[in-house]
Every structure is written in structure tokens, then in C-alpha cells.
Design a protein around this ligand. Structure first.
Ligand code: PMP
Length: 392
């Protein structure tokens, strides 16, 4: 039977960029002891208190169909969190609960684009972005943020791409996966101006908002006159180590949320009630729990910088957030694919080639800081020794 063109071409050239990750997983299944620094998954599990709340809710009967836009209590808690952190008036009418940030990315693009419209995003980018855009019938347009500019997008280039009348949305991600870069106020102001000048929706992926190591997270909804054209994607995955629970949200203008609820009604039909109750419990647990979940990444980032001292073959991209470090390995003379594949074969260390996230990250690798400190430092030391051996 024929598969629709939209689905058949969802991965573009057919490569989803995760080849090295699949290879390392296969090695692990075959019994090889690989040190995995690939995916954005915490080395701790969801806190037991959150699981207890989930269990109590399920046993208490919250296993039927739940409110499709999210329970009132959870929507209120998310709205409260956003209003407290941003100062922008936010009510439950601005919030829809989603099965994770990934489905929120899909829903927001479906809401912003008609078939054949173009969706702008910044390269390097989270691996699913182009597929998400293709999945809603849009045309992905990647705009390069160069290592020469510390991976901050260049506003004049955004403006030139936004001038195409088919452009309907701009997707940004700060703190950024894969680079760890946090966009400056100046960059964000420029982005806001481009969106206003060219009537674009800004889709702001803020799933790493609790992982900022220098300065503060700036939500795009706080930019001047942007709340009416911004859809923020949020998630409990990274902030509360709840990746498997699949719970996140969209924060957007109330009339857009009403449309998005129609989409949810006709697609996923909402998020299970016991998961929503667990998320509510987690949010009510307050900032201390979030800080506890984020702390290992800040610590390991410092350990990374320490381990890189005294040599200049491997350089860390100056990064302010998220659970990754991006390492510049151009001095080895190897491409990011060759380096990562050889590192896996020879040192049994799996990292993501920069180019899995777009061509702007050529010559870089992304390291997920997601194993315990001692093993992590050992892996970075071996990675550096391997890099040095490449040029001797
Ligand atoms: N956006 C970014 C930038 C991510 O890195 C991820 C997950 N790695 C997501 C969205 C999706 O996260 P989730 O669906 O678990 O909320």
C-alpha cells in the first residue's frame, strides 16, 4: 500500500541523524561496555515523591479520560509558574497541557503553517525540528548560527529569510540543544523585531529553562509586544527528570489555545490524568526540586572545563545552559562523523556528531553530561587523549 508523501519524506534525505546512537545501542545490546554520552536523558530517575503522587492518583481513580486541554489545577499551576517567572499575565486560558514538548512542537507548527509555508529555525538544531515541520506539510528552512559568532543567530540573516512571503514562523531554542548557548537579550530583541516586521509566529522552545548556569533564562513572551505572537513550548522532561511521563505544555494567546484544543481533541485526546496529577505535584514541590535535578549538569560543566585545561586540541563552546557541552574538535582534522565513529570504535565512548544537528555544527561533537561524575571525567580525559593522538 502507498504511504503518504508527507510521511514518506518526513526525514528528508532518509537520515534522521541518529545513526551513531543506534550503532552504540546495538553494541550495548551485543554486550559491549559503551560509555554513552549521547541522548538528553538524566542519570537519575523521576523522584519517588512524584511517582508516589502518580500512583495515588491512579489508584484513586484518575485513570479515565482526562480533561483534554489539561486539568484546571495543572493549567493553573503552569500559568502561575510562568506568570511568576516572567511577570507576564498568564491564566489557564493561555495554557494547554501536551504529551511532552515534542508534540507541542508539532501542534504549534500545525497551528502556524499552511501546507507549503516555510518555517524558519536555527542550525544547529534539535534533531527533530525539520521532520516536525515536514510532518505538518511545511518547508523547513535552516539558518546557520556560526561557531564564529558563538552560535548566536545573526539577525540580518533572519530578517532576509523572513522577508520571503511564504515564511510564517520562526522556531528558536534557548537554552539551546545541542550547543548549550543561551541567547542574549540583544539577540532576543532582534528576533522579536524580525517577527514583528515580517508577521511571523515565534515558536519558542524553552524546555531547558531551568538549566541556565550563567545569567537568567529570558522567556520570549517577555519581549516587547511579543506575547500575542509567541507560542512557548515547555516540558516537565528536563526540569523534573520526567522524560518518560510525556507531559509538557504550550503557552500562547488564549484564542490560539482554543484552536489547539480542537487539534488535541482530534489527535491525542489529552494526557493521562494520573500523569497530570504527578506533574501538578512536581510543580507544587517548588524550585528546590528543579534545582536538585539541574545541579549535576552545572557541576559536570565545571568538571568539563577543568578537564580541558592545559591543551588546545579540544575546545568547549562557551555555553551557559542545558545538559550538553559542544566541543570543537576541528584541530584534529577529522570530521565530526569520523571523530565520533572512531571514538566509539577505539575508546567505546559514544557522543553525537555535531552534524546530526545541522551543518553549522560541523567539526564539533555534542557531549551529554548524563553519567556520574567520576565516569564522566574519565570519559572526557580519554576523549581529549584520543583527540591529541589524532594529530600526532
Ligand atoms: N526540544 C528540545 C530542544 C529537546 O532537546 C527535546 C528533547 N530532547 C524536546 C524538545 C522534546 O522533549 P519532550 O518531548 O521530552 O518534552
Amino acid at each position: 500500500m502507498k504511504v503518504s508523501n508527507r510521511l514518506n519524506t518526513i526525514n528528508g534525505d532518509g537520515d534522521d541523524g541518529w545513526g551513531l546512537f543506534y550503532r552504540s545501542r546495538k553494541m550495548i545490546v551485543d554486550g559491549v561496555k559503551v560509555t554513552e554520552l549521547t541522548i538528553g536523558e538524566h542519570d537519575i530517575r523521576t523522584d519517588k515523591s512524584i511517582l508516589d503522587a502518580m500512583h495515588a492518583s491512579a489508584v484513586g481513580g484518575h485513570t479515565g479520560y482526562a480533561m483534554i486541554p489539561g486539568t484546571d489545577a495543572l493549567r493553573d499551576a503552569v500559568a502561575d509558574r510562568i506568570q511568576t517567572r516572567t511577570g507576564i499575565p498568564t491564566t489557564r486560558d493561555n495554557v494547554m497541557i501536551t504529551p511532552g514538548g515534542q508534540s507541542a512542537l508539532y501542534a504549534t507548527h500545525l497551528a502556524a503553517l499552511d501546507a507549503g509555508d516555510t518555517a524558519l529555525f536555527i542550525d544547529p538544531h534539535y534533531a527533530t525540528y525539520p521532520g516536525t515541520v515536514r510532518g505538518v506539510g511545511g518547508i523547513p528552512v535552516a539558518l546557520k548560527a556560526s561557531p564564529d559568532n558563538d552560535f548566536q543567530p545573526q539577525i540580518d540573516e533572519l530578517a532576509a529569510a523572513a522577508a520571503d512571503p511564504r515564511a510564517k514562523s520562526l522556531l528558536i531554542n534557548t537554552p539551546n540543544n545541542p550547543t548549550g548557548v543561551v541567547y542574549s537579550q540583544e539577540t532576543l530583541n532582534g528576533i522579536a523585531q524580525v517577527c514583528k516586521d515580517h508577521d511571523l509566529w515565534l515558536i519558542s522552545d524553552e524546555v531547558y529553562d531551568t538549566q541556565v548556569w550563567d545569567g537568567e533564562h529570558i522567556s520570549s513572551r517577555t519581549l516587547p509586544d511579543m506575547a500575542e505572537r509567541t507560542m512557548v513550548v515547555g516540558s516537565m522532561s528536563k526540569s523534573h527528570a520526567m522524560t518518560g511521563s510525556r507531559v509538557g505544555w504550550i503557552c500562547a494567546p488564549a484564542d490560539m489555545i482554543a484552536h489547539l484544543i480542537n487539534l488535541a481533541t482530534n489527535t491525542n485526546y489529552g494526557v493521562p490524568g494520573f500523569i497530570q496529577d504527578a506533574a501538578l505535584f512536581a510543580l507544587k514541590a517548588g524550585d528546590a526540586l528543579e534545582a536538585q535535578v539541574a545541579a549535576p549538569f552545572e557541576r559536570r560543566r565545571a568538571l568539563t572545563l577543568q578537564a580541558l585545561e592545559g591543551q588546545n586540541v579540544v575546545r568547549a563552546v562557551p555555553a551557559q545552559g542545558a545538559m550538553y557541552v559542544m566541543l570543537d574538535i576541528r584541530a584534529t582534522g577529522k570530521s565530526s562523523w569520523d571523530f565520533a565513529n572512531a571514538l566509539l570504535d577505539e575508546e567505546l565512548i559514544a557522543v553525537m556528531p555535531g552534524e546530526s544537528f545541522g551543518s553549522a555544527a560541523a567539526g564539533h561533537i555534542r557531549v551529554a553530561m548524563t553519567i556520574d561524575d567520576d565516569a564522566y571525567v574519565d570519559a572526557i580525559n580519554r576523549l581529549v587523549a584520543f583527540a591529541k593522538a589524532c594529530i600526532t
